[in-house]
Write a protein of this length. Structure first.
Length: 297
């Protein structure tokens, strides 16, 4: 099979052909390598429709892998990407971006929790604050487009455009974070719907784990910046450990119910190395929350 770069070019050409057959006029596609969270490279095809201000980003890594292992065909992959393109074309995001003269000013500043070491280069140009030696809260922009999802990069150029310094940007993002909905639920409640009817929840039910995330379960680890939620959980359960499950959620473990706290670190490291995608990795280090505040174990 072709290498991924050649595959991407072939894939893009076939997608353009299908779009043109369906009467969609597009410019020449661009194939690019985009660094995602934790400096994870993803191969992307960008295709802009004539008269549009946006070029939907179609990541082809999974298509390449699926075709290589025989679980899908090139035709099926192109059809899937075609449907993605058409959906983005008709979405609120497309209408919003095409009609907005200044996207940056319309974006809502928000926070994301990321690994500072694996995103060291990125953080040099992004407003952020350190939580621990390897955890950082960075500022991003989100477009207010209903159920749509779009992220605007916030960097030093953004500060000039918005006439705000780094501290002002961060404080505004933190103010917006206070308005976001989060939940802390027992893991048995979160996993219950995914367990087969003939399975027993007894083993899970005895595990004193609580899942903390936001309503969308996307980049919900930023709950670590909600000191009110951490404080409330401590009032109800006492001091507790925080396991950095992924960028999407945290796990809370009440210290009073943790018989072997020394094992938490190795457990987190093992799960990160075997179960967590590189892009979703947050940290290998356990944190501890008490009335004195948040510290690394």
């Amino acid at each position: 099979m072709k290498d991924q770069k050649e595959f991407a070019k072939d894939f893009a050409a076939k997608l353009v052909t299908k779009l043109e057959v369906e009467g969609v006029k597009v410019s020449s596609p661009t194939v690019d390598s985009i660094l995602k969270n934790n400096d994870t490279p993803r191969t992307a095809v960008l295709i802009k429709e004539e008269g549009s201000n946006i070029a939907p980003t179609i990541y082809i890594d999974q298509y390449y892998e699926n075709i290589e292992n025989g679980t899908t065909t090139m035709e099926e992959a192109v059809d899937h990407a075609f449907n993605m393109f058409m959906n983005s074309r008709q979405s609120e995001i497309a209408e919003y971006v095409n009609s907005s003269e200044n996207i940056l000013e319309q974006a809502t500043l928000s926070i994301r929790a990321i690994n500072a070491i694996r995103n060291e280069e990125r953080l040099k140009d992004v407003p952020h604050k350190m939580i621990t030696d390897d955890l950082a809260l960075c500022v991003i922009g989100e477009l207010p487009v209903g159920k749509g999802e779009a992220v605007v990069t916030i960097n030093k150029s953004s500060m000039n455009a918005l006439s705000m310094n780094e501290e002002e940007l961060f404080n505004k993002a933190m103010d917006n974070l206070q308005k976001e909905a989060f939940s802390v639920k027992p893991i048995v409640q979160v996993l219950g719907d995914f367990v087969e009817e003939d399975s027993t929840l007894e083993e899970i039910d005895n595990c004193p784990l609580f899942v903390a995330t936001n309503s969308s379960c996307g980049y919900g680890a930023k709950v670590i910046a909600r000191t009110d939620i951490l404080s409330q959980f401590a009032e109800e359960h006492g001091d507790f450990y925080i396991l950095p499950s992924s960028v999407h959620e945290l796990l809370f473990v009440p210290a009073s119910k943790c018989d072997e706290p020394d094992r938490l670190q190795s457990m987190v490291q093992e799960v990160n190395s075997t179960c967590i995608a590189k892009e979703d990795f947050l940290s290998d280090n356990v944190l501890f929350y008490s009335k004195e505040g948040l510290v690394a174990v």
